[in-house]
Design a protein around this ligand. Structure first.
Ligand code: MF3
Ligand code: CO
Length: 253
């Protein structure tokens, strides 16, 4: 069952997503050489207070593990769910993926982007540009009557020319009172397949794309996913609402 948001739910989703977008926007400006990822995480904690929301990641439980950070910070070959650390210092040329998931008034806003620090390798730069483009292509496929597979296929199609590895082990998702609701939204797939999109659905669309192979390895912390081949990865995400006219992006600043 895919939850359909009421008008009341939608106004609360709007507020949560606006807060998530502001936190991500402000946090991105702090990503400069010399700061540690622990410094970014504690800055994010302060930004959430300022913007009237709380971390939905902190204390999030998967199996026997509870997520210790306030946001996810994934550097270079780290794909998603990286944990801030005092000894992980941002350097010129790094790709820093920030994933901000907040709760406000009982609803979740979820968004992510990869920040390029200074003089980034041209292929890594192109990866970021293309990953964001694939997100926008996926969002453009959101309209009532289309299916989840149309979003997946649009993302995949937007990435075909690059020879990239599209991550398969993590997917986009429905979002609302919980961070992860139905449906799952893979970043590859067949048009015309999967559940039908209806007005009132809220979706977090989030391509994760590697410069090399799609294969991942999990770090010993149980959270951080990195590329198996050590090449860099990018991640862009918006929360969108399905409306009569198409997608409304809720996580714009
Ligand atoms: N946007 C990520 C996701 O949808 C956020 C995960 S928060 C964590 O999976 F607590 F699981 F790290
Ligand atoms: Co998400």
């Amino acid at each position: 069952m895919i939850d359909l948001k009421s008008a009341e739910d939608v106004s609360r989703m709007r507020a949560a997503c606006a807060a998530a977008a502001r936190v991500l926007h402000d946090l991105a400006t702090l990503v400069v050489p010399g700061i540690s990822t622990a410094g970014l995480d504690s800055a994010a904690r302060g930004l959430m207070v300022r913007h009237g929301c709380e971390s939905a990641c902190h204390g999030y439980v998967v199996g026997r593990l509870s997520y210790p950070g306030y946001v996810c910070i994934s550097v270079n070959d780290e794909i998603v769910h990286g944990i801030g650390a005092a000894d992980r210092i941002i350097r010129d040329g790094d790709l820093v993926s920030l994933d901000v998931v907040v709760r406000r008034d009982g609803f979740i806003g979820d968004n992510a982007r990869t920040v390029m620090v200074g003089a980034v390798d041209p292929r890594a730069r192109q990866l970021c540009v293309d990953t964001e483009k694939s997100l926008m292509a996926g969002i453009a496929a959101v309209k009532p009557g289309n299916r989840v597979g149309d979003i997946s296929a649009a993302i995949q199609e937007a990435l075909t020319h690059g020879g990239y590895g599209i991550v398969r082990d993590f997917v986009g998702h429905g979002v609302g009172r919980k961070m992860h609701e139905e449906p799952q939204i893979p970043n590859y797939g067949k048009a015309g397949t999967g559940p039908k999109l209806l007005p009132g659905m809220a979706l977090a669309i989030e391509p994760m794309v590697n410069l090399g192979s799609h294969k991942i390895v999990m770090a010993s912390d149980g959270w951080t996913a990195r590329t198996a081949d050590g090449k860099v990865s990018a991640h862009f995400e918006h929360t969108v609402l399905v409306t009569e006219n198409g997608a409304e992006i809720l996580t714009l600043v």
